[in-house]
Write a protein that binds this ligand. Structure first.
Ligand SMILES: C[S@@+](CC[C@H](N)C(=O)[O-])C[C@H]1O[C@@H](n2cnc3c(N)ncnc32)[C@H](O)[C@@H]1O
Length: 308
Protein backbone atom coordinates (compact mmCIF):
# COMPACT_ATOMS: atom_id res chain seq x y z
CA UNK A 1 0.00 0.00 0.00
CA UNK A 2 1.54 3.37 -0.95
CA UNK A 3 1.73 6.25 1.52
CA UNK A 4 -1.22 8.12 0.00
CA UNK A 5 -3.52 5.10 0.21
CA UNK A 6 -2.33 4.40 3.75
CA UNK A 7 -3.10 8.02 4.73
CA UNK A 8 -6.64 7.60 3.37
CA UNK A 9 -6.94 4.39 5.35
CA UNK A 10 -5.90 6.21 8.55
CA UNK A 11 -8.48 8.94 7.88
CA UNK A 12 -11.38 6.50 7.50
CA UNK A 13 -10.15 4.38 10.42
CA UNK A 14 -10.55 7.28 12.86
CA UNK A 15 -14.32 7.15 13.35
CA UNK A 16 -14.22 3.34 13.69
CA UNK A 17 -11.51 3.67 16.36
CA UNK A 18 -13.55 6.38 18.10
CA UNK A 19 -16.46 4.05 18.74
CA UNK A 20 -14.26 0.99 19.39
CA UNK A 21 -12.01 2.39 22.12
CA UNK A 22 -12.80 0.70 25.42
CA UNK A 23 -14.78 3.15 27.58
CA UNK A 24 -13.79 1.62 30.93
CA UNK A 25 -10.10 1.93 30.04
CA UNK A 26 -10.70 5.48 28.80
CA UNK A 27 -12.56 6.43 32.01
CA UNK A 28 -9.69 5.01 34.06
CA UNK A 29 -7.23 7.15 32.09
CA UNK A 30 -9.32 10.28 32.64
CA UNK A 31 -9.60 9.53 36.37
CA UNK A 32 -5.88 8.81 36.76
CA UNK A 33 -4.30 11.88 35.14
CA UNK A 34 -3.63 14.87 37.42
CA UNK A 35 -5.15 18.18 36.29
CA UNK A 36 -3.09 20.18 33.79
CA UNK A 37 -2.74 23.95 33.66
CA UNK A 38 -0.95 26.63 31.73
CA UNK A 39 1.86 26.50 34.31
CA UNK A 40 1.82 22.73 34.61
CA UNK A 41 1.24 21.29 31.16
CA UNK A 42 1.36 17.53 30.68
CA UNK A 43 4.38 16.12 28.88
CA UNK A 44 2.92 13.64 26.38
CA UNK A 45 4.69 11.27 23.99
CA UNK A 46 2.83 9.44 21.26
CA UNK A 47 4.76 6.83 19.28
CA UNK A 48 3.62 5.79 15.79
CA UNK A 49 1.30 8.78 15.80
CA UNK A 50 0.39 8.58 12.07
CA UNK A 51 -1.73 11.53 10.91
CA UNK A 52 -2.26 12.80 14.48
CA UNK A 53 -5.86 11.63 14.87
CA UNK A 54 -5.25 10.90 18.55
CA UNK A 55 -4.52 14.57 19.34
CA UNK A 56 -7.79 15.61 17.73
CA UNK A 57 -9.65 12.88 19.64
CA UNK A 58 -8.11 13.86 23.00
CA UNK A 59 -9.13 17.50 22.48
CA UNK A 60 -12.63 16.62 21.17
CA UNK A 61 -13.17 14.33 24.16
CA UNK A 62 -12.31 17.20 26.51
CA UNK A 63 -9.20 15.51 27.90
CA UNK A 64 -6.23 17.37 26.48
CA UNK A 65 -6.02 21.05 27.48
CA UNK A 66 -2.48 22.07 28.40
CA UNK A 67 0.32 19.92 27.04
CA UNK A 68 3.63 19.58 25.29
CA UNK A 69 2.90 16.74 22.90
CA UNK A 70 5.56 14.88 20.92
CA UNK A 71 4.05 13.07 17.91
CA UNK A 72 6.67 10.64 16.65
CA UNK A 73 6.39 8.67 13.41
CA UNK A 74 8.97 7.20 11.07
CA UNK A 75 7.20 8.49 7.93
CA UNK A 76 7.76 12.13 6.97
CA UNK A 77 4.88 11.92 4.47
CA UNK A 78 2.39 10.61 7.01
CA UNK A 79 3.56 13.03 9.67
CA UNK A 80 3.38 15.92 7.14
CA UNK A 81 -0.24 15.01 6.44
CA UNK A 82 -0.82 15.00 10.22
CA UNK A 83 0.59 18.52 10.51
CA UNK A 84 -1.67 19.87 7.68
CA UNK A 85 -4.72 18.02 8.85
CA UNK A 86 -4.39 19.08 12.49
CA UNK A 87 -3.77 22.67 11.42
CA UNK A 88 -6.97 22.72 9.29
CA UNK A 89 -8.97 21.00 12.01
CA UNK A 90 -7.74 23.53 14.62
CA UNK A 91 -8.81 26.44 12.39
CA UNK A 92 -12.23 24.90 11.78
CA UNK A 93 -12.65 24.40 15.53
CA UNK A 94 -11.90 28.09 16.13
CA UNK A 95 -8.49 27.57 17.74
CA UNK A 96 -5.62 29.85 17.04
CA UNK A 97 -3.06 27.58 15.37
CA UNK A 98 0.49 28.91 15.30
CA UNK A 99 2.67 27.10 12.83
CA UNK A 100 6.35 26.28 12.80
CA UNK A 101 8.08 23.96 10.31
CA UNK A 102 7.53 20.89 12.45
CA UNK A 103 5.41 22.30 15.22
CA UNK A 104 1.89 23.54 15.89
CA UNK A 105 0.67 25.51 18.86
CA UNK A 106 -3.07 25.14 19.35
CA UNK A 107 -4.52 27.80 21.59
CA UNK A 108 -7.82 29.11 22.90
CA UNK A 109 -9.17 30.14 26.30
CA UNK A 110 -9.00 26.56 27.67
CA UNK A 111 -6.18 25.07 25.64
CA UNK A 112 -2.52 25.54 25.00
CA UNK A 113 -1.08 22.52 23.25
CA UNK A 114 2.40 22.54 21.73
CA UNK A 115 2.74 19.74 19.23
CA UNK A 116 6.19 18.67 18.06
CA UNK A 117 6.17 16.47 14.97
CA UNK A 118 9.23 14.23 15.07
CA UNK A 119 9.94 12.17 11.95
CA UNK A 120 12.20 9.41 13.25
CA UNK A 121 12.33 5.71 13.70
CA UNK A 122 11.37 4.92 17.30
CA UNK A 123 14.48 2.86 18.10
CA UNK A 124 16.78 5.44 16.53
CA UNK A 125 15.08 8.24 18.47
CA UNK A 126 15.31 6.28 21.74
CA UNK A 127 19.05 5.86 21.20
CA UNK A 128 19.85 9.42 20.14
CA UNK A 129 17.49 11.29 22.48
CA UNK A 130 17.45 8.89 25.48
CA UNK A 131 14.52 10.79 27.02
CA UNK A 132 14.56 8.99 30.40
CA UNK A 133 11.86 9.96 32.90
CA UNK A 134 10.47 12.90 30.89
CA UNK A 135 6.82 12.15 30.13
CA UNK A 136 3.60 12.09 32.19
CA UNK A 137 1.71 10.13 29.55
CA UNK A 138 2.81 7.74 26.81
CA UNK A 139 0.39 6.82 24.02
CA UNK A 140 0.63 4.14 21.35
CA UNK A 141 -2.45 3.58 19.19
CA UNK A 142 -2.57 0.73 16.64
CA UNK A 143 1.23 0.62 16.75
CA UNK A 144 2.72 -1.81 19.26
CA UNK A 145 2.28 -4.88 17.05
CA UNK A 146 5.13 -3.34 15.03
CA UNK A 147 7.79 -3.38 17.76
CA UNK A 148 9.76 -6.14 19.46
CA UNK A 149 8.26 -6.09 22.94
CA UNK A 150 11.18 -7.61 24.88
CA UNK A 151 13.71 -5.17 23.49
CA UNK A 152 11.78 -1.94 22.89
CA UNK A 153 9.00 -1.85 25.49
CA UNK A 154 11.33 -1.41 28.53
CA UNK A 155 13.09 1.48 26.76
CA UNK A 156 9.77 3.06 25.83
CA UNK A 157 8.43 2.83 29.39
CA UNK A 158 11.64 4.44 30.67
CA UNK A 159 10.60 7.61 28.81
CA UNK A 160 7.86 7.99 31.44
CA UNK A 161 8.38 9.64 34.78
CA UNK A 162 8.07 7.11 37.60
CA UNK A 163 4.33 6.69 38.15
CA UNK A 164 3.63 8.13 34.66
CA UNK A 165 0.78 6.54 32.68
CA UNK A 166 0.77 4.58 29.45
CA UNK A 167 -2.31 4.26 27.27
CA UNK A 168 -1.86 1.52 24.66
CA UNK A 169 -4.90 1.15 22.43
CA UNK A 170 -6.21 -0.85 19.44
CA UNK A 171 -3.72 -3.70 19.89
CA UNK A 172 -4.65 -6.49 17.48
CA UNK A 173 -5.27 -9.76 19.24
CA UNK A 174 -5.38 -12.56 16.70
CA UNK A 175 -8.97 -12.68 15.47
CA UNK A 176 -10.38 -11.41 12.18
CA UNK A 177 -13.88 -12.49 11.22
CA UNK A 178 -15.69 -11.80 7.95
CA UNK A 179 -19.39 -12.61 7.97
CA UNK A 180 -21.29 -14.14 6.26
CA UNK A 181 -18.76 -16.86 5.40
CA UNK A 182 -17.54 -17.43 1.86
CA UNK A 183 -16.37 -21.04 2.13
CA UNK A 184 -15.50 -21.80 5.71
CA UNK A 185 -12.30 -23.74 4.98
CA UNK A 186 -11.09 -21.04 2.56
CA UNK A 187 -11.90 -18.20 4.98
CA UNK A 188 -9.99 -20.01 7.68
CA UNK A 189 -7.02 -20.65 5.39
CA UNK A 190 -6.76 -17.07 4.11
CA UNK A 191 -7.15 -15.43 7.50
CA UNK A 192 -4.71 -17.72 9.24
CA UNK A 193 -2.14 -17.17 6.45
CA UNK A 194 -2.73 -13.43 6.80
CA UNK A 195 -2.19 -13.58 10.56
CA UNK A 196 0.93 -15.67 9.98
CA UNK A 197 2.45 -12.86 7.87
CA UNK A 198 2.07 -10.62 10.95
CA UNK A 199 3.64 -13.30 13.13
CA UNK A 200 6.65 -13.47 10.81
CA UNK A 201 7.21 -9.71 10.64
CA UNK A 202 10.74 -8.79 11.70
CA UNK A 203 11.88 -5.49 13.14
CA UNK A 204 15.60 -4.81 13.63
CA UNK A 205 16.33 -8.53 13.17
CA UNK A 206 13.80 -9.59 15.82
CA UNK A 207 10.16 -10.67 15.72
CA UNK A 208 7.57 -7.95 16.18
CA UNK A 209 4.70 -8.35 18.68
CA UNK A 210 2.69 -9.61 15.72
CA UNK A 211 -0.83 -10.94 15.50
CA UNK A 212 -1.30 -11.40 19.25
CA UNK A 213 0.13 -8.08 20.39
CA UNK A 214 -2.87 -7.48 22.70
CA UNK A 215 -2.43 -10.49 24.97
CA UNK A 216 1.37 -10.37 24.67
CA UNK A 217 1.33 -6.80 25.95
CA UNK A 218 -0.64 -7.83 29.03
CA UNK A 219 2.37 -9.93 30.04
CA UNK A 220 5.11 -7.76 28.59
CA UNK A 221 4.25 -4.51 30.39
CA UNK A 222 5.01 -6.15 33.73
CA UNK A 223 8.40 -7.43 32.59
CA UNK A 224 9.14 -3.99 31.11
CA UNK A 225 8.69 -2.18 34.44
CA UNK A 226 5.00 -1.31 34.14
CA UNK A 227 1.91 -2.03 36.19
CA UNK A 228 -1.42 -2.76 34.54
CA UNK A 229 -4.33 -0.64 35.81
CA UNK A 230 -7.11 -1.54 33.40
CA UNK A 231 -7.56 -3.52 30.19
CA UNK A 232 -10.49 -4.23 27.92
CA UNK A 233 -11.56 -5.09 24.39
CA UNK A 234 -11.66 -2.47 21.64
CA UNK A 235 -12.93 -4.63 18.79
CA UNK A 236 -13.78 -3.14 15.44
CA UNK A 237 -17.27 -4.16 14.37
CA UNK A 238 -18.16 -2.79 10.94
CA UNK A 239 -21.55 -3.41 9.36
CA UNK A 240 -24.10 -1.67 7.19
CA UNK A 241 -27.42 -0.30 8.36
CA UNK A 242 -30.28 -0.91 5.92
CA UNK A 243 -27.68 -1.82 3.30
CA UNK A 244 -25.56 1.33 3.77
CA UNK A 245 -22.27 1.59 5.61
CA UNK A 246 -21.52 4.71 7.68
CA UNK A 247 -19.50 7.23 5.60
CA UNK A 248 -16.08 5.86 4.60
CA UNK A 249 -16.54 2.44 6.19
CA UNK A 250 -17.04 0.59 2.87
CA UNK A 251 -13.69 2.11 1.85
CA UNK A 252 -12.17 0.95 5.11
CA UNK A 253 -13.31 -2.62 4.34
CA UNK A 254 -11.81 -2.40 0.85
CA UNK A 255 -8.50 -1.15 2.32
CA UNK A 256 -8.45 -4.16 4.61
CA UNK A 257 -9.02 -6.52 1.69
CA UNK A 258 -6.19 -4.77 -0.16
CA UNK A 259 -3.86 -5.37 2.82
CA UNK A 260 -4.79 -9.05 2.90
CA UNK A 261 -4.26 -9.38 -0.85
CA UNK A 262 -0.88 -7.61 -0.74
CA UNK A 263 0.26 -9.74 2.21
CA UNK A 264 -0.66 -13.02 0.51
CA UNK A 265 -0.14 -12.45 -3.20
CA UNK A 266 3.37 -13.96 -3.10
CA UNK A 267 2.45 -16.79 -0.73
CA UNK A 268 3.19 -20.26 -2.06
CA UNK A 269 0.43 -21.65 0.14
CA UNK A 270 -2.51 -20.25 -1.77
CA UNK A 271 -3.21 -20.12 -5.50
CA UNK A 272 -3.29 -16.55 -6.78
CA UNK A 273 -6.55 -17.23 -8.63
CA UNK A 274 -8.17 -18.61 -5.46
CA UNK A 275 -7.11 -15.56 -3.45
CA UNK A 276 -8.36 -13.23 -6.22
CA UNK A 277 -11.73 -15.01 -6.33
CA UNK A 278 -12.07 -14.71 -2.55
CA UNK A 279 -11.24 -10.98 -2.64
CA UNK A 280 -13.79 -10.42 -5.46
CA UNK A 281 -16.44 -12.33 -3.50
CA UNK A 282 -15.80 -10.15 -0.44
CA UNK A 283 -15.84 -6.94 -2.53
CA UNK A 284 -19.21 -7.94 -3.98
CA UNK A 285 -20.49 -8.40 -0.42
CA UNK A 286 -19.36 -4.84 0.36
CA UNK A 287 -21.20 -3.56 -2.75
CA UNK A 288 -24.40 -5.15 -1.48
CA UNK A 289 -23.81 -3.93 2.07
CA UNK A 290 -23.62 -7.55 3.25
CA UNK A 291 -20.09 -7.79 4.61
CA UNK A 292 -19.56 -7.62 8.37
CA UNK A 293 -16.10 -7.34 9.92
CA UNK A 294 -15.09 -8.17 13.48
CA UNK A 295 -11.48 -7.56 14.53
CA UNK A 296 -10.51 -8.37 18.09
CA UNK A 297 -8.26 -5.81 19.81
CA UNK A 298 -7.28 -4.80 23.35
CA UNK A 299 -6.72 -1.47 25.11
CA UNK A 300 -4.45 -1.17 28.14
CA UNK A 301 -3.87 1.50 30.75
CA UNK A 302 -0.97 1.23 33.14
CA UNK A 303 1.75 3.10 34.94
CA UNK A 304 5.50 2.95 35.13
CA UNK A 305 6.47 1.39 38.46
CA UNK A 306 8.10 3.53 41.10
CA UNK A 307 7.22 6.53 43.20
CA UNK A 308 7.33 9.87 41.46
C1 LIG B 1 -1.07 1.41 11.85
S1 LIG B 1 -0.34 2.98 11.76
C2 LIG B 1 -1.16 3.79 13.13
C3 LIG B 1 -1.08 5.28 13.07
C4 LIG B 1 -1.92 6.01 14.11
N1 LIG B 1 -1.51 5.68 15.45
C5 LIG B 1 -3.39 5.71 13.90
O1 LIG B 1 -3.88 4.72 14.42
O2 LIG B 1 -4.04 6.47 13.17
C6 LIG B 1 1.29 2.74 12.39
C7 LIG B 1 2.18 3.97 12.29
O3 LIG B 1 3.44 3.66 12.85
C8 LIG B 1 4.46 4.24 12.07
N2 LIG B 1 5.68 3.45 12.30
C9 LIG B 1 5.94 2.20 11.88
N3 LIG B 1 7.14 1.79 12.32
C10 LIG B 1 7.67 2.82 13.05
C11 LIG B 1 8.88 3.01 13.75
N4 LIG B 1 9.81 2.06 13.78
N5 LIG B 1 9.08 4.16 14.41
C12 LIG B 1 8.13 5.14 14.39
N6 LIG B 1 6.96 5.01 13.71
C13 LIG B 1 6.72 3.88 13.05
C14 LIG B 1 3.94 4.18 10.65
O4 LIG B 1 4.55 5.14 9.80
C15 LIG B 1 2.44 4.43 10.85
O5 LIG B 1 2.12 5.79 10.75
Amino acid sequence: MDDQTFIEYLHVKKSIDDRSLNRAVWDALVASMPPSSCDQPWQVLEIGSGIATMIQRLVDWDFLHYAHYVALDVSTTILGEGWHWLNNWAHQRGFEALRGDHTLRIVDRDHEIWVDFVAEDLNGWLTTSSPEGVYDLLIAHAFLDLINLEETLPKVLCCLKKGGLFYFTINFDGLTVFEPPCEEALDEKILSLYHRTMEMRMVGGKLSAGAFSGRRLLRAVKQAGGELLRAGASDWVVHSVEGKYPPGEDRFLRFLLQMIEEALKCSSEIEESQLRAWIEYRKAQIERGDLILITHQLDLLGRRKGTP
